[in-house]
Design a protein around this ligand. Structure first.
Ligand SMILES: NC(=O)c1ccc[n+]([C@@H]2O[C@H](COP(=O)([O-])OP(=O)(O)OC[C@H]3O[C@@H](n4cnc5c(N)ncnc54)[C@H](O)[C@@H]3O)[C@@H](O)[C@H]2O)c1
Length: 267
């Protein structure tokens, strides 16, 4: 593994109970890191952490609603206590509420802004405070935010979600700039996943049919595959491997970058 090795690193992954986050947590442990999963789904999150632990990894669960500043402080404190440090934060928790622009509900938009934008910004805040020189961990490290191909292309019925993911993309750059200029020693990057058939991804495919944009789920998925030069949907492991790379020393000169992991859909 060499430069990709994460042995001795300590990581906190939000939304790690299931889907892409669970795969990221697994891949980080496979690269040698110890991992805390922070999620609002306590039972699922505990089970995922348990599965990783029973495979020999050091993994735990901490309850975390990413929209809650105090919960972030507590989750970082628990991670420091349980793992003995903090070198990696992956801001993966996110929600998607599908709507055509003509049907947009302010409440849905506020909820997506809260989880996707405020949640990610608060994650970077607490990561920086802990990881910068003089912080409780204090050794620098890496933050990876999960944006979306939706931040790079126009996909119908997800205007609000796309706006929040564009915000994640921009906030990533500003945070990377601040961290560099202020000598925090924390690299900050994001990835843009293409459509991945997780709970979120399959719900979107169903919503596209309900919105009258495709005759069936198969057709909706087929449309996405047709727009994807590599000719398939994404898999959770496709995302996780790139996150491991961005957290590793192999990416030591990469900060403020957004990497498309979408089979070319957004090119
Ligand atoms: N699946 C896709 O097609 C796709 C594509 C591009 C980007 N993404 C992004 O990838 C990330 C993971 O998506 P997924 O497909 O695994 O979704 P998912 O719905 O399967 O999993 C999301 C996880 O986040 C957790 N979560 C939600 N709100 C939270 C909160 N307030 N605090 C803490 N945890 C919370 C959920 O409990 C769940 O465990 C999201 O940011 C999503 O926007 C997904």
């Amino acid at each position: 593994m060499g430069q990709f090795d994460l042995k001795g690193r300590k990581a906190l992954v939000t939304g790690g109970a299931r889907g892409i986050g669970a795969s990221i947590a697994q891949a980080l442990t496979e690269a040698g890191a110890a991992v805390m999963i922070g999620d609002v789904l306590a039972d699922v999150g505990r089970a995922t952490a348990q599965r990783l632990s029973s495979g020999g990894a050091k993994a735990g669960f901490v309850p975390l609603d990413v929209t809650d500043d105090a919960a972030w402080a507590a989750a970082v404190e628990t991670t420091l206590k349980e793992l003995g440090g903090l070198d990696i934060v992956v801001n993966n928790a996110g929600i998607e509420i599908t709507s055509l622009v003509v049907d947009v509900q302010a409440e849905d938009l506020r909820r997506m802004l809260d989880v996707n934008v405020a949640g990610t910004l608060l994650g970077m805040k607490h990561a920086f405070r802990a990881m910068r020189p003089g912080g409780a961990a204090g050794a620098g490290g890496a933050v990876v935010n999960i944006a979306s191909v939706a931040a790079t292309i126009a996909f119908p019925a997800i205007a609000g979600y796309s706006a929040t993911k564009s915000a994640v993309d921009r906030a990533t750059r500003v945070a990377a700039m601040e961290s560099g200029k202020l000598g925090y020693g924390v690299r900050v990057n994001c990835i843009y996943p293409g459509l991945v058939p997780t709970d979120m991804g399959m719900k979107l495919a169903n919503d596209i049919v309900a919105a009258g944009l495709a005759p069936s789920v198969e057709a909706a998925v087929g449309d996405v595959i047709g727009q994807t030069p590599l000719g398939r949907l994404g898999e959770v492991g496709d995302m996780a491997d790139v996150v491991v790379f961005l957290c590793s020393d192999a990416a030591r000169f990469i900060t403020g970058a957004g990497i498309a992991v979408d089979g070319g859909m957004g090119m």
